[in-house]
Design a protein around this ligand. Sequence first.
Ligand code: GLP
Length: 237
Amino acid sequence: MKIIIDTEENLAKRAAQRYVELIKNKPNAVLGGATGSTPLGLYAELARLCKAGEISFKDVRTFNLDEYVGLDGSHDQSYRYFMNHNLFEHIDIDINNTRVPSGIDTAAAAEYDKEIEAAGGIDLQLLGIGVDGHIGFDEPGTPWDSVTHVVELEQNTREVNSRFFNSIDEVPTHAVTMGIKTIMNARSIILMAIGSSKAEIVKKFIQGPVTTDVPASILQLHPFVEVYLDEKAAALL
Ligand code: GLP
């Protein structure tokens, strides 16, 4: 695991350069997308680089990690909406080459891993981390061999994510998420964490035991993971 500690602004720039490099070498790269507040700086930087002609997503395909069950892509808290508005509309990607698990047709989850495989597998998967160590929506206790599936969200995750909704009652109780195995199958992974609320879990997943109690800890066993942290998230390392 390679650890990169820098300011939030520089992290976004440095992570974006990884995408520039990757897509230069492989213009039809397959990217794994993430949502949440953490990747917003990176997405803004990718949009800037694309406008400046330094990167092109023309032949890139993407697969997002997760989606809320019950929200369709027009709901402003759906992850499809998030991706369209924060990234896809600002870059030269063909929207037909972007996939987000369906929160409506949840039976389609069973095909998601096969679709990823048919696309050649994910070259670079982006991850944030929940305060309980979840990646995607793989909550503590998720088996290591899980593939894309429907999950019930932890109360704590719903509370944390309720900041984006009018009230906690509006936060869906379930989500579709790539499994741990789906994520671990990616050829390379970038996990980003920003702010002091992540400091404890960052220490646990990097320096603690590999345990399903801390889903992100499995990343210790992946051959190519880069962890991008600001000073606050890295404070307890
Ligand atoms: C959600 C998402 C995760 C994300 C996490 C942290 O639960 N499903 O993919 O990593 O939130 O979000 P944030 O980056 O806003 O802290």
